[in-house]
Design a protein around this ligand. Structure first.
Ligand code: GLU
Length: 455
């Protein structure tokens, strides 16, 4: 039977999933999909003080949201289960006893002392004192460690709790993991893992340590980063689409053939080759993410985009005149300017808020000589209408412009800046007919009257 490569993602369920977790998971998953291998999810919940079932659940939801699926895991099962580390405790203890019996591990701090388990001491792995340990990293080549510098690691705490080094390697071996993909921060522990595999006479997996992700200042991403939040919930709340984040995260450390920037699952399957992975740190670039997100948003129909925007607007504004048709029309107006869904809140303020403040430029425009007559003329035009829609607004404005230019010599900005200031409080924005079509006759008239009254 040909051996299928087996990849895994093994998160510790502490706190809220962040972008680093998902990046690691995504790369491991993508390699599994490219190689036609299996992808296994294992929850490493052996630290009762820090791990919670809620965090494990949140991790699974975040993975699913991003579009990562797993072939074996706590929820779907599989023939190598259980996939929750705490449920494998007996096996970890069995291996610890085996190492102790073979004198490959010892209790206490002194490797020369024979101690019994009863002494309430941690169990340590006995590492070689001379020579070197070479970690063959598939991305980085051989990484050499001088054994003199390695400290015998604790495998089992004095309270009997097996630690990560032991538990993860035993599980990786027992689950038939052929490729360990994880973050660069694990390189320092890798010689311990190599020695553990060796002590147990097991065949080592392929080691793949992914580069760090840094912010633009070259710092590791942190929760309180000034450039933005890196929790998955931060991205969800800002309105990034999962497809866009999926795409963007793939580009952090991998380059597809032809350097294209829009990648989907199909391209991953075809092209996610190890040789195209980078070893230098990737820089998280919000502008690039916004660009990618915009591409995905622009692919959506007005109706679909409106459906995604709606909860953001419902949160931000009360008492909305939000019929479905009106919201779809509003979406069509603002869509060229949206990079992420939460942008819709600011971009639609003129559509929801009637008592907006005027910007300084808007005040200035309303104080020019043409402002008063222009607005009065528009009021009389609108008053005569039954309904104000976009084509009607367009023809009214065109006519006004022609008339006022001929009669008074006023130019487009003389006419349209005061109108825009009166209708939105700003002197720039989406085309006026679009705005007028959205706010409609009554609200347009109220806003024009307010401007005449002096705000
Ligand atoms: N449980 C470890 C973590 O969440 C996994 C490290 C590994 O992938 O080996 O960081």
């Amino acid at each position: 039977m040909a051996m299928v490569p087996r990849f895994r993602f093994a998160p510790s369920p502490t706190g809220t999933p962040h972008i680093g977790n998902l990046h690691t998971a995504l790369f491991s998953w993508a390699l599994s999909r490219h190689t036609g291998g299996d992808f296994i999810l294992r929850i490493e919940d052996t630290d009762p003080e820090r791990n919670t079932p809620a965090a494990a659940q949140a991790m699974m939801e975040a993975l699913t949201w991003l579009g990562i699926d797993w072939d074996e895991g706590p929820d779907v099962g599989g023939e190598f289960g259980p996939y929750v580390q705490s449920a494998r405790l007996a096996r970890h203890q069995e291996i610890a006893a085996q190492l102790l019996a073979a004198n490959l591990a010892y209790y206490g701090d002194d490797p020369t002392q024979q101690t019994s388990q009863l002494t309430n001491q941690p169990l340590r792995l006995r590492l070689p004192r001379s020579g070197e340990t070479i970690v063959h990293d598939a991305l980085r080549g051989p990484i050499r460690f001088d054994n003199v510098l390695l400290k015998d690691p604790v495998l089992v705490r004095s309270n009997g709790r097996p630690l990560y080094h032991l538990a993860a390697m035993v599980d990786d071996h027992d689950m038939g993991i052929t490729h360990v993909v994880r973050g660069e921060e694990w390189i320092a522990s890798a010689p311990i893992h190599v020695q553990l595999y060796r002590a147990l006479g097991w065949q080592e997996p392929v080691w793949i340590h992914l580069p760090l992700i840094l912010n633009k200042r070259g710092q590791k991403l942190s929760k309180r980063d000034p450039e933005g939040g890196y929790l998955i919930s931060d991205f969800q709340e800002a309105g990034y689409l999962p497809e866009a984040l999926f795409n963007y995260l793939l580009l952090l450390g991998w380059s597809p053939d032809g350097e294209q920037e829009m990648v989907d699952k199909w391209i991953v399957r075809q092209q996610f080759r190890l040789e195209r992975l980078s070893t230098s740190p990737a820089v998280f670039d919000w502008d690039k993410l916004n660009w990618v997100n915009r591409q995905y948003l622009q692919r959506l129909s007005d109706e679909r985009l409106a459906g995604l925007i709606r909860p953001f607007l419902e949160d931000a504004y009360d008492d909305l005149p939000m019929s479905e048709a009106w919201l779809v029309a509003l979406t069509a107006v603002i869509r060229p300017d949206i990079a992420k869904l939460e942008d819709a809140i600011d971009l639609t303020e003129w559509a929801f808020v009637d008592d907006f403040a005027y910007t300084a430029n808007a005040r200035a425009a309303l104080a020019t000589p043409p402002a008063h007559p222009v607005i009065l003329r528009l009021i009389s035009e609108l008053a005569a209408l039954v309904i104000l829609d976009q084509p009607t607004a367009e023809s009214i404005l065109r006519q006004m412009r022609a008339d006022l230019q001929a009669a008074k010599g006023w130019r487009a900005p003389d006419i349209f800046h005061p109108i825009r200031a009166a209708l939105t409080g700003h002197v720039a924005g989406r085309p006026l007919p679009e705005i007028m079509g959205i706010i409609g006759k009554e609200r347009a008239l109220q806003r024009l009257a307010r401007a005449i009254r002096g705000g």
